[in-house]
Design a protein around this ligand. Structure first.
Ligand code: ASP
Ligand code: MG
Length: 652
């Protein structure tokens, strides 16, 4: 059993309702569904306004509401069904006009859910509308949970054949049977009560933002989704003004041990927020900021996931005052949250500044490193020596891709987290997509992971874009040289790459320019650790192919290994003046529009490759807008340099 709740914007019109029904369809494939809905957006406010009008004016304003619902009915239904559902809407409207004006606000959910239940039935779904007024009872000011749960369980058990129970949120009744509300925003509470009563497998609150965010994205554009939040912190944010969740809805879920998922109806693929039993940290980190207006002041509530240092209010005060924000007060609400009081009108400015202080200036990054080879070790070394401004936190280090490492990372990553792959693994790339989907950035120096078949590569890229996370791998070609970025610049500026020529094999370059006989040079290259573990990877061009694939793909060409013509190096035939060049060249006749090749090439003194010596790398990019090539040349080898490039990818 899953309980899904949709808010007012999610059911605002026929298009939105269709989206809801798609999500319900997917849930239905997994089992039974309780579908709780709010009134269509703005409806409750309009009903309250309607109740406040003089009786003579109610009819006209009421008609406008009736029209909005009829408009939805006309879009969703045709023929006889349209007539039937219009009648249901009209009957509800008649009841509304006969109700006491203070009860008008309880009608919005009746309209919306009756339409939606009818639509489900019309689509052949076994759907039943349940009247929450008969099920949820309020005694005085509190919900009688025991009785309400009993009635909810019975109502559901009485109808084993039903696939989807459709439930109006927000409304209940008192002990005399008179209608009551659960408070503004109360549909969340309805959903939570149903989920707790039915011990649901999943409780999903579908809304119009991608989860609980660090603050209201309408006020602060840089607000971001909080992946996981404890019941306490979620309650605190909700109680202090975060409209995304109705505070009382947290308690039934907590008591029943149910996680709540806050999801975005308009972007159902996003992971949203999980509210659950996440432990407090020993030392609190900021989680989110809520803002609420009171009669005498506006208050910001800054919530952390553990106790904050005594010094925090003082520091915050001085930073805000330096930003010319006048505080009326600042104090601990509890060890885990701070309340700032402001004059009306000052709150948005203060909110933006606080958000900046809490979430945007923190340059600490959680780094999860896989692979402690040369580059990994050099990276750890640099990190240890870096000053606190670049505060990189190492949470876990692992040799290779074991599942436990990733699980631990998923469970503990918060804020800015980066998974760093410094392995040589052929298979670790399979983790990139789940890592990105968990909201964690990826930096890689592992060129095997990026030269996988194009479809796999494209999936990683797409996932990063969708999740708004980065996937950076500048180090995979030419170590620290800014090669991929430069290609990217051309590829993203409507410029067209005409050719790329790359001397990117340190081993071969070293051998070809050493002046030693081939075999001796090769031995030396091996000794100084230049070659791949298996030197035939270098000589056979395998390593160069990987680099070329990465280069080409960066230029937007979906190159595969099979598209590259490779002429392996034959040690006995090497001539002076030769360079091992990987190239792609525009050729409309070629299958992907480019010819790709890797071979020894004899170069003359005017060729940019002529000057490349030792372990230097060189890449020359010709593009439509740049008549003479862009040439990047420099050291292409060295663990320290590679590590610094990895660090740059992590921090930039
Ligand atoms: N329709 C009600 C309100 O606007 C309840 C809800 O949407 O959760 O407050
Ligand atoms: Mg709401």
């Amino acid at each position: 059993m899953e309980v899904l709740k949709f808010g007012g914007t999610s059911v605002a019109n026929a298009t939105a309702i269709s989206r809801v029904l798609d999500i319900v369809d997917a849930a239905r494939a997994r089992g039974k569904v309780v579908l709780v809905c709010s009134a269509i957006s703005g409806c409750t406010d309009e009903l309250i306004a309607l109740g406040a009008l003089a009786p003579a004016d109610r009819e006209k304003a009421g008609k406008a509401l009736l029209d909005r619902h009829n408009c939805i009915v006309n879009r969703l239904f045709t023929g006889k069904e349209r007539k039937d559902v219009s009648q249901v809407v009209l009957d509800t409207y008649k009841d509304l006009m006969e109700a006491a004006p203070e009860d008008y606000q309880t009608f919005g959910e009746l309209f919306s859910t009756r339409i939606i239940a009818a639509k489900l039935r019309c689509d052949g779904v076994n759907a039943l509308w349940l009247d929450s007024r008969d099920l949820i009872r309020i005694d005085g000011e509190v919900v009688d949970e025991e009785g309400s749960f009993r009635r909810i369980r019975k109502a559901v058990a009485d109808h084993p054949e039903v696939e989807v129970f459709v439930v109006p949120g927000f409304i209940a009744s008192d002990s005399t049977g008179h209608v009551r509300t659960l408070g503004r925003g109360g549909s969340d509470y309805t959903a939570s009560l149903f989920a707790a009563a039915l011990r649901a497998d999943d409780l999903q609150i579908w809304t119009d933002v991608p989860g609980i965010m660090t603050t209201n994205p309408k006020d602060v554009r840089s607000a971001r989704t909080i992946p996981q939040i404890s019941y306490d912190a979620a309650f605190m944010l909700a109680a202090c003004g975060a409209k995304v969740l109705y505070a009382p809805s947290v308690e039934p879920a907590r008591k029943a041990g149910l996680a709540m998922r806050i999801l975005d109806t308009f972007h159902p693929e996003l992971p949203g927020t999980v509210v659950g039993a996440f432990p407090r940290r020993e030392k609190g980190c900021w989680v989110g900021i809520a803002c609420k207006k009171y009669e005498e002041d506006s208050r910001l509530c800054l919530v952390a996931d553990g106790p904050l240092d005594e010094s925090v209010p003082g520091e915050l005060r001085s930073r805000l005052e330096r930003a010319n924000i006048v505080l009326r007060g600042i104090e601990f609400g509890s060890p885990d949250h701070i309340v700032i009081s402001l004059s009306h009108g000052d709150e948005i400015e203060a909110l933006r500044t606080c958000h900046y202080i809490c979430f945007e200036t923190d340059d600490s990054v959680d780094v999860f490193l896989a692979g402690e080879g040369k580059v990994g070790q050099a990276l750890l070394d640099i990190i240890r020596k870096t000053d606190n401004r670049i505060n990189v936190r190492l949470i876990a280090r692992h040799e290779c891709e074991d599942e436990a490492f990733f699980r631990e990372m998923f469970a503990s990553a918060s804020g800015k987290a980066v998974f760093v792959d410094c392995t040589d693994s052929e298979t670790i790339y399979k983790w990139y997509v789940p890592v990105l989907e968990a909201g964690i950035n990826v930096v890689s120096s592992n060129r095997r992971a990026l030269s996988v078949p194009y479809a796999e590569f494209a999936l990683m890229k797409r996932t990063a874009r969708r999740m708004r996370r980065f996937l950076r791998y500048e180090t995979t070609v030419g170590a620290a040289l800014p090669i991929l970025d430069s290609i990217n610049m051309s590829a993203n500026s409507a410029d067209e790459i005409l050719s790329i020529e790359a001397v990117v094999s340190c081993t071969l370059n070293y051998i070809l320019t050493s002046g030693l006989p081939f075999a001796d040079a090769l031995r030396k290259a091996q000794e100084i650790g230049l070659t791949e573990k298996d030197p035939s990877m270098d000589l056979g061009g395998k390593d160069a192919v990987r680099k070329l694939l990465i280069l080409a793909r960066e230029a937007g060409i979906p190159l595969e290994e099979a598209d590259v013509q490779i002429e392996p190096v034959d040690g006995s035939a090497v001539q002076p003046g030769q360079r091992f060049v990987a190239s792609i060249e525009k050729d409309p006749a070629a299958p992907k529009g480019y010819l790709a090749a890797i071979r020894l090439r004899t170069v003359g003194p005017d060729d940019p490759a002529w000057n490349v010596r030792g372990t230097d790398n060189m890449i020359s990019i010709r593009s439509a807008f740049h008549p003479s090539p862009l040439i990047i040349q420099g050291a292409g080898e060295g663990a320290k340099m590679a590590a610094s490039s990895v660090l740059n990818d992590i921090l930039r």
